[in-house]
Write a protein that binds this ligand. Sequence first.
Ligand code: NAP
Ligand code: G4F
Length: 338
Amino acid sequence: MKKKALITGISGQDGSYLAKLLISKNYIVYGGDRRTASGSLWRLEELNIREKINIIDFELSEDSNITNVIRVSKFDEIYNLAAQSFVGSSYQTPLMTTDVNGLGVARILEAIRNYSPNTKLYQASTSEMYGNTVSTKQDENAKFHPTSPYAISKLYAHWMINLYREAYDLYACAGILFNHESPLRGEEFVTKKIVRELTKIKFKKKGCLSLGNIYTKRDWGFAGDYVDAMWQMLQQQKPHDFVIASGRTHSIKEFVNVTARYLGFSLIWKGKGLNEYAVEQKSGKKVVQIDKKFFRPTDVNLLKGNYSKASKILKWKPSTSFKSLIQMMCDYEISKFK
Ligand code: NAP
Ligand code: G4F
């Protein structure tokens, strides 16, 4: 019999890639979508799978909605990918972020416990939970030291998953995923912003990319690889949490430089701190500048994951390098521009 899965956050980057994967594995896919005025499912259209998904109303802050959906459909698997996922915004919306990302998961767990205890649950935990950790090895045993309302909300959810697994024997697990990007990444995130703005500058020959802290470092991978690990986590005999990462780290500045090079710019950096900027060698035009409005009250300085456990148990490894990821994102943006 075909398996039935619910993906919450179906309109997001990961929701779309995961839906594509589950469809290829012959699942009946339900996509949880909250009502918004724009109601955009453009990513599903980009991947050509919009018609293959049963869209249902799903709002993480609404108890009765979640209970009804889970009670009635009794899914084999639920992938909870829905979240207020932008760290920067979480400083302006700490309560909403906590309600959606933290309590939302408690609502799902309670509904599963009471009405569908055989449903397996995947929770989208995050490397942001490590924050500025004292642990040098960012694996499943590293200390958490969350440094944003977003990270704290996700850590609450993470511990609830662990608690319900132990206390009620539910199949609930969390993927501690490091940053993963793709052509379908949201525009507010730094990688998409860099690729998009620099492509615009290349074609329009005007404009300037404004960034915040370019010295933080991230462990970036390709979203298409990471959704495969989510699925694997729900196919194990017993539920476990796993770190999913590339194991490599690069600064935002390196991301800018590699993107610029691929787009045919040669950048020369000048100045320091808020006065740092980059000019294009040939034209001498300023193409990157620093703007303090993009700095966060606190930031995570360095992320570099250790995915040995996933490699050993799930036989998972990333297949896309930092450079290939950037090229893929640039090629998509160029094709849209043309
Ligand atoms: P995304 O593109 O921002 O997608 C988030 C999804 O959640 C969207 O479909 C959004 O719907 C939905 N959503 C937001 N608030 C909701 C609410 N109150 N009720 C129901 N749905 C709601 O994020 P993503 O990059 O795909 O990430 C997927 C998950 O992984 C998130 O939980 C994120 O926190 C986590 N994560 C991401 C990364 C990463 O690097 N991408 C790393 C670690 C963990 P709308 O379209 O209506 O806004
Ligand atoms: O692209 P970002 O906004 O991603 P961030 O904060 O690392 O969060 C992403 O990854 C997490 C996993 O570690 C997910 F849980 C989360 O949902 C999300 O997907 O920012 C990356 C870095 C930050 O240090 C930020 O301060 O880039 C720095 N940055 C510098 N200038 C900027 C900018 N970030 C953004 N968004 N915009 C800027 O102009």
